[in-house]
Design a protein around this ligand. Structure first.
Ligand SMILES: Nc1nc2c(c(=O)[nH]1)N[C@H]1C(S)=C(S)[C@@H](COP(=O)(O)OP(=O)(O)OC[C@H]3O[C@@H](n4cnc5c(=O)[nH]c(N)nc54)[C@H](O)[C@@H]3O)O[C@H]1N2
Ligand SMILES: Nc1nc2c(c(=O)[nH]1)N[C@H]1C(S)=C(S)[C@@H](COP(=O)(O)OP(=O)(O)OC[C@H]3O[C@@H](n4cnc5c(=O)[nH]c(N)nc54)[C@H](O)[C@@H]3O)O[C@H]1N2
Ligand SMILES: [Mo]
Length: 763
């Protein structure tokens, strides 16, 4: 039996602290995931569900975007994948009775953890203007309400259509089509807060905003640099790939302000030997200062340039552009400045250089530690420079590997979820569907919040996600959301975005990945694209959480028919009945999807998959403005810290999926039973007069002079780089100024927030 959800809010944040661990996964991981899964699903359902994760005929794990290996184990999932599945396949339910028993004000006073623990949403719910509670509403009435509010807009650009990254390709394609037929490119997505900096830097330099390596490349690499990523928690299956790479002779350098357990040693739960002993993964740990990566790569580039015979001159001559200008900037790199920016020693950088020069095939992997800073785009461009110098793009065992977050965030972008669509994409849409798509750029996440705040956007619609908790500057974002005329959320689970609403609000409950999706045309499957551009099918088998749920494609089709009516010639009804008809259209609009339906099912008619083309990887062709891979030369930047302040990064614990909190432990970091903790270097704490266990308010200081405060954090002395601190998101989003974003990509700089620590009043 599954256990009941908590009734009282269990968040009595009382963190207990032990030593951080030095290895990830292994037996405790298996035990922990099974415990969480059985609490939510009971024993039988746990066994049935977890065996279907990432199997050929099963569903794609809703956890992360790491690809599936060719030879899958029976249990091709990880501890945190199991938690993500349990969270969705839970037997707990949020029913109309629940909403009758709780006012919206009551729910707004609960923690995000408590809200999520209540279970799956079962009915469409409506919050009328001025009402205290959500009430059940029919699907027809719900679509009528959206149609009324859409009709009342002065322009379609007063509507915003957000997407989180779990949405299938089919749903995403229909959703962007609907928004564009309505007349707007206001399609912000979670990517704007995530890997947008990678997309911006890579499109400009190599001509495509996606990674250039496949799993086989990792297995063949001589050197893998993992910068700004915590795979032990966020992409645990990547550890198996790193283990395999090491067995093949690869060296691994990790660049991180924190010693992350998963990167130190990995106990593979899928092999008996790995379970006990585990493999050391990192050969060299560069404990960098937050935001020091651009400086590090710039100096490495200078040192490579200065080394006789180190360049791949043929590649540079044939395939690249801008080398001279870049080389001049790189040669000016300064040792002292780099040591200040990175906090590293000369010996460490020299050792890194030796490993770089010894490697013929190098891959750089990264995630949020590189993308969420003011200077993230130039940082990632510098990584590209680094790889180009030795011809490490477009040949086996080498390349760029931005490791994506949400399981289909890359696919959603491929399907056209983008506020700045390429003209060629719009042309193809126009040709296929016979309407004139809007050409003006729409709002990204930050611009959408500003528009809502300033009354320029009035309708907010979210396809998944938890916009108010995931976005920066929580107080500003919540106030902005409350100004909307109507907020609508297509969701599986209750979250804070449902209780911080516009004048009217709707919750539209939907099917999850694990669930059977039956439409007029029979049982359907959907498709997703992983972090390495592989597209495959996903089919759920569980009975839906409630008979009142609609699938995401069905919701978009009915919404489009109701809102667009006669104005749309698109066969929405047919799309809803048979998702293969959606894939036929995707095949005609999006390059690389030719014969989509045939290629996504194998010869027995069962779901299969294929790899999307990637010109730099496949043919060393770089579809950039210059037709070559572009070297770039930008000034080196790094955060400068005023006296007595710390640079705070906001990151994930081991027990959360973004804003979904699974539990209050962060096992690998030795923290239990609490999330309001701030990790501080012991010497910094000493200098600031703080001791282990003292309580502080985190106060962010930014150029706008506004004081942003997150009260009551327990100080944990932790081996992070000096001057750097860490605390969990989303509790700290209140500290991230809306306007503090990365240049070019406009991604909130949530990994470099200048804070001062003040003794808490309650201490
Ligand atoms: N279980 C689980 N899996 C997840 C998620 C989850 O929440 N839970 N989220 C998913 C999503 S959407 C995403 S985007 C990914 C996120 O995956 P990650 O990017 O691994 O997630 P974060 O916790 O933000 O960790 C950032 C890492 O970068 C390091 N770092 C911070 N600043 C710097 C810096 O300036 N330089 C360097 N070199 N390192 C730095 C931090 O110490 C930390 O190790 O995971 C995905 N997978
Ligand atoms: N300070 C700070 N802020 C950050 C980050 C950070 O590192 N620091 N990271 C950023 C990153 S990388 C990201 S990606 C964003 C994440 O931003 P979001 O993607 O908006 O947030 P999630 O917490 O992943 O969304 C969880 C909700 O999605 C819904 N959901 C789950 N599965 C499904 C489904 O199958 N269909 C539908 N329709 N709904 C579903 C559930 O209702 C659940 O409550 O946050 C960003 N915000
Ligand atoms: Mo993400």
């Amino acid at each position: 039996m599954a256990s009941k959800p908590p009734t009282a809010d269990p968040i009595q944040d009382a963190p207990r602290v032990a030593q951080p661990q030095h290895a990830a996964a292994g037996l405790p991981a298996v035990g922990h995931s099974l415990r969480i899964a059985t609490q939510q699903m009971g024993v039988k359902r746990t066994a049935l569900t977890l065996l279907r994760v990432n199997q050929k005929d099963g569903f794609d794990c809703p956890g992360c975007a790491w690809p599936e290996p060719e030879h899958r184990h029976t249990a091709e999932f990880c501890e945190n994948g199991a938690k993500a599945v349990a969270e969705e396949a839970t037997l707990r339910r949020v029913t109309p009775e629940f909403f009758a028993a709780h006012t919206v004000a009551d729910l707004a006073g609960r923690s995000g953890y408590w809200l999520g623990q209540q279970g799956r949403l079962t009915h469409p719910m409506y919050l009328p203007e001025g009402a205290e509670r959500y009430e059940p509403v029919s699907w027809e009435r719900a679509f009528d309400i959206i149609a009324e509010e859409t009709a009342a807009l002065a322009s379609p650009d007063e509507a915003v259509f957000y997407t989180s990254g779990r949405t299938s390709n089919e749903a995403a394609f229909l959703y962007q089509l609907f928004a564009r037929e309505l007349g707007t490119n206001n399609l912000p997505d979670c990517s704007n807060m995530c890997h947008e900096s990678s997309g911006s830097a890579l499109s400009e330099t190599i001509g495509i905003g996606k990674g250039s390596v496949l799993l086989e490349d990792l297995y063949r690499a001589d050197l893998i640099i993992v910068a700004g990523q915590n795979p032990g928690t966020n992409h645990p299956r990547m550890l198996s790939a790193l283990e395999k790479a090491k067995a093949g002779g690869a060296k691994i350098i990790s660049v991180n302000p924190l010693p992350e357990a998963g990167l130190e040693r990995f106990k593979n739960p899928q092999t008996p030997q790995g379970m006990v002993k585990g493999a050391a993964l990192t050969d060299l740990f560069l404990q960098i200062r937050i935001g020091g990566d651009q400086a590090l790569f710039r100096l490495l580039n200078k040192l490579v340039l200065d080394t006789e015979g180190a360049l791949d001159e043929a590649f540079i001559a044939e395939h690249t552009h801008g080398f001279e200008e870049f080389a001049e900037a790189a040669r000016a790199a300064d040792w002292d400045e780099t040591l200040t920016a990175t906090g590293l020693t000369r010996a460490q950088i020299e050792e890194t250089l030796r490993m770089v020069l010894a490697s013929r095939r190098t891959i750089v992997c990264w995630a949020m530690g590189l993308t969420q800073h003011k200077h993230s785009v130039p940082t990632i461009r510098e990584v590209v420079n680094f790889l180009l110098l030795r011809g490490n793009i477009g040949r086996p065992g080498a390349g760029v590997c931005p490791v994506r977050g949400h399981s289909n965030v890359q696919g959603d972008r491929t399907m056209g979820i983008f506020e700045r669509p390429a003209p060629a994409f719009l042309d193809a849409l126009e040709k296929e569907f016979g309407f004139a798509p809007p050409r003006a750029h729409g709002y990204d996440v930050v611009r959408a919040i500003r528009a809502l705040r300033d009354g320029e956007a009035k309708l907010f619609f979210a396809m998944g996600g938890n916009f108010v908790s995931a976005s920066p500057d929580t107080d500003v974002t919540e106030a902005a959301m409350r100004r909307a005329r109507l907020t609508v959320h297509v969701s599986t689970k209750l979250n804070r975005s449902h209780v911080v609403t516009g004048a009217r609000a709707l919750i539209l409950p939907t099917l999850g990945r694990t669930e059977r999706d039956v439409q007029g045309g029979g049982e359907q499957f959907v498709t997703v694209e992983d972090s390495m551009g592989m597209v495959h099918a996903s089919r759920g088998r569980l009975a839906p959480a409630s008979t009142h749920l609609l699938s995401e494609p069905a919701i978009v089709c009915r919404l489009a028919r109701r809102v667009l009516g006669e104005n749309s010639a698109t066969p929405w009804e047919e799309f809803e009945k048979d998702y293969a008809t959606i894939r036929d259209r995707i095949a005609r609009v999006i390059p690389g999807f030719e014969d989509f339906n045939a290629r996504v099912t194998d010869s027995d008619g069962r779901p299969g998959g294929f790899t999307l083309p990637h010109a730099p990887r496949d043919e060393r062709r770089f579809p950039t403005a210059t037709g070559k891979a572009n070297f770039t030369a930008a000034p080196v930047e790094y955060p400068k810290l005023p006296e007595g302040r710390l640079l705070l990064q906001t990151l994930r614990s081991h027990d959360q999926y973004n804003t979904t909190i699974y539990g209050l432990d962060d096992r690998y970091r030795g923290i239990r039973n609490g999330r309001r903790v701030v990790l501080v270097n012991a010497e910094d704490a000493h200098a600031l007069g703080l001791a282990e266990g003292s309580y502080v308010d985190l106060v962010s200081e930014w150029e706008d002079g506004v004081e942003r405060r997150a009260p009551g954090f327990r100080v944990v002395l932790y081996p992070t780089t000096r001057g750097c601190a860490a605390a969990y998101y989303p509790e700290t989003n209140v500290l991230v100024p809306l306007d503090a974003t990365a240049d070019v990509s406009n991604t909130p700089a949530s990994k470099s927030v200048v804070v001062r620590l003040e003794q808490s009043a309650t201490d």
